[in-house]
Design a protein around this ligand. Structure first.
Ligand code: CA
Length: 412
């Protein structure tokens, strides 16, 4: 019997937010993360309502993985209908929405359902693989090769969602897939409060080093807190032991879904927001209500402007650096040309201006005077010194050194 906790859900409000709008669930067969958005209370309600609807419908053992998939998807679409109904009854909740990333196990397979920018990762044999695709504006930019995944992590528009479950008319487009799972696999579900702030290699390190799911979840949340945790952080881990994926020791709800639903507590001062498909959870203060196409155009235009600014900054930076290098080069060369040394050419003592070195193929010295004193008339000691070169402070001192060498050579 394995005493380790293999499956767990954990959520933290983060260091900046005043409420936790994330919900998490680790159950018997079902694991889920939902990240709500929409005003003061809407986000809590959206993620909580979605989580409760889906867990009530789908945390069961179904007869096949196909049936499990059907039930999970119907749980998600049902929760979308619940959200729309809630907004109809409480217009103050207009504009609320939530991401959903859910995983339902069946024997040695799992089915996933996903919408938004929460993530599901599979950790297998030391390798962390994201199995969901973010439904974000920046992900579109990455897919079309306009920015790199690294640039996406710090892009000012990284929170803009292209798809979300919520108060949006029309059919809901949910990603789904059936994947195999093996003994030793660990499945990680997280809100962007974790995956948007803790780099994947650090997440992978924790998954590799901490086999107990409860401790690993705590470590991951601590990492997010250490990095400032500006957003709510939710982590759900589902481990697979020698035989099958482990249920949580008892089903656990965390975050907003762990609180009772309190429609009455919703502030009446919330503005009614027109329905639109784009949510920017971290910029609710200036709610954006562009028409869909206009909004995308605006974002793309902003992106182009930013790229142009970046190019100008680089041009200024590069030309500045180049100027400094040119001046440093000129100054360096002028300095070398104020130096002198006594040395030798093929067979005689020579006074040089400059330093005994080359810059690439350019010599940094010129002959000032060939003294005509033959090297072979010098004592071994003096000859070696001359061949190694004798640095002097001025041309006058060079002449004095040459005079001494000349006297020595005559007296031989
Ligand atoms: Ca979030």
């Amino acid at each position: 019997m394995d005493a380790r906790v293999l499956s767990v859900a954990s959520s933290h409000i983060g260091r900046v937010r005043s409420s936790n709008q994330d919900s998490g669930y680790a159950g018997t067969h079902l694991f889920l993360v939902a990240d709500g958005m929409g005003g003061h209370a809407g986000g809590d309600v959206a993620s909580s309502l979605a989580t409760q609807t889906i867990t009530a419908l789908a945390d069961e053992r179904f007869e096949s993985i196909e049936v499990a998939q059907e039930q999970l998807l119907s749980g998600v679409t049902n929760s979308a209908a619940e959200l729309i109904e809630a907004v109809r009854e409480h217009p103050d909740l207009g504009g609320m929405g939530t991401t959903v990333s859910a995983l339902l196990r069946h024997n040695n397979q799992v089915v996933i359902a996903h919408i938004g920018d929460s993530r599901i990762y599979r950790f297998r044999k030391g390798v962390l693989t994201q199995v969901t695709t973010d439904h974000t504006f920046v992900q579109k930019l990455v897919e079309t090769g306009r920015i790199t995944p690294e640039e996406a992590m710090v892009h000012p528009r990284r929170n803009v969602l292209m798809r979300v479950l919520g108060d949006v008319a029309g059919s809901v487009e949910i990603d789904t897939a059936i994947l195999d799972t093996e003994p030793g696999d660990r499945w990680l579900l997280c809100s962007d409060g974790l995956c948007g702030f803790v780099p994947e290699h650090l997440v992978a390190e924790v998954m590799a080093d901490v086999p107990d799911a409860a401790k690993a979840a705590k470590k991951l949340i601590d990492l997010a807190l250490y990095r400032g945790a500006p957003d709510n952080v939710t982590v759900v881990i589902a481990g697979v032991n020698e035989t099958e994926m482990s249920a949580a020791s008892k089903p656990v709800l965390v975050g907003a879904a762990a609180q009772p639903l309190m429609f009455d507590a919703i502030t009446k001062s919330l503005p009614a927001v027109t329905s639109h498909s784009f949510f920017s959870p971290r910029s609710r203060a200036h709610e954006e209500t562009f028409e869909t196409a206009d909004y995308l155009d605006t974002l793309i235009a902003e992106d182009k402007k930013r790229a142009a600014k970046r190019r100008i900054r680089w041009t200024v930076y590069l030309s500045g650096t180049l100027t400094v290098l040119i001046f440093a080069g000129i100054y360096g060369y002028v300095w070398t040309q104020s130096q002198y040394y006594v040395g030798s050419d093929a067979d005689s003592v020579v006074v040089y201006r400059g330093v005994n070195a080359d810059f690439g193929s350019i010599p940094l010295h010129t002959i000032v005077r060939d003294t005509g004193i033959p090297l072979n008339t010098l004592s071994q000691f003096v000859r070696t010194s001359v061949e190694r070169t004798i640095p002097v402070l001025s041309l006058k001192q060079a002449e004095l050194v040459v005079e001494r060498i000349g006297n020595g050579s005559q007296s031989q």
